[in-house]
Design a protein around this ligand. Structure first.
Ligand code: ZN
Length: 212
């Protein structure tokens, strides 16, 4: 069986597994738990409109999750089918940011690709954050200033509450020499943010809004 689960879908499955565990932690009512189990199973199967028999057999056992140990076993069986972030040559990354003279591209070796929906790194010297991601079968790069806000807020990428900073991009405006600033709060910690992204749509919406 080929890899068929996107990173954000895997995060969704992980989150559902956790909800199920929370259910076991809060009630002993068999009927409530049965309902929760079938709802959870339905939700993760519904993530894949084109699901085939084999894929469905891989995901259905979420119904057997009842404690930490069984949750780990389930997730371990699913993880090999997660499509890793497609690696990009350093040279191709540099091409995405042609105006940046000395781009410091991080080594991808240390990146957990099966936990990455977007790749981000900071150049602390210039307060810049660089972000690359794949969409529409293309690789896109975004650069903006990143200001740590020292406060909690909702991240525009993962939609979760946490330590955020302001990521803003300067775009050319409609008239010559005019610029508009587009900014949004996003997680300070991109690695954690990636682990919290349970929907690719939200992520794409954000970058589409910056791209125009
Ligand atoms: Zn986030």
């Amino acid at each position: 069986m080929d890899m068929f689960i996107r990173v954000d879908q895997y995060n969704f499955i992980k989150a559902q597994t956790q909800y199920l565990l929370n259910g076991y932690g809060t009630t002993n009512d068999i009927r409530v738990l049965d309902a929760l189990k079938s709802l959870t199973q339905e939700k993760i199967i519904n993530l894949f409109p084109q699901i085939n028999e084999e894929q469905s057999e891989l995901l259905k056992p979420i119904i057997n999750v009842r404690d930490q140990a069984s949750a780990e076993i389930f997730l371990q069986q699913v993880k090999p089918y997660v499509i890793p972030f497609r690696t990009v040559e350093q040279q191709a990354i540099k091409k995405l940011f042609p105006k940046v003279k000395k781009l410091k591209v991080p080594s991808l070796e240390k990146v957990e690709l099966q936990e990455t929906s977007y790749l981000a790194w900071d150049d602390t010297g210039t307060n810049k954050r660089y972000i690359i991601l794949h969409y529409d079968n293309k690789i896109k790069g975004f650069q903006g200033t990143f200001k740590i806000s020292y406060k909690q807020g909702v991240c525009s990428l993962c939609n979760r509450h946490g330590q955020v900073g302001l990521f803003s991009i300067e775009k050319k405006g409609s008239t010559q020499d005019s610029y508009i600033n587009r900014g949004n709060y996003i997680c300070e910690d991109s690695r954690k943010c990636n682990q919290q992204i349970t929907s690719q749509e939200k992520l794409f919406e954000f970058f589409e809004s910056l791209g125009r």
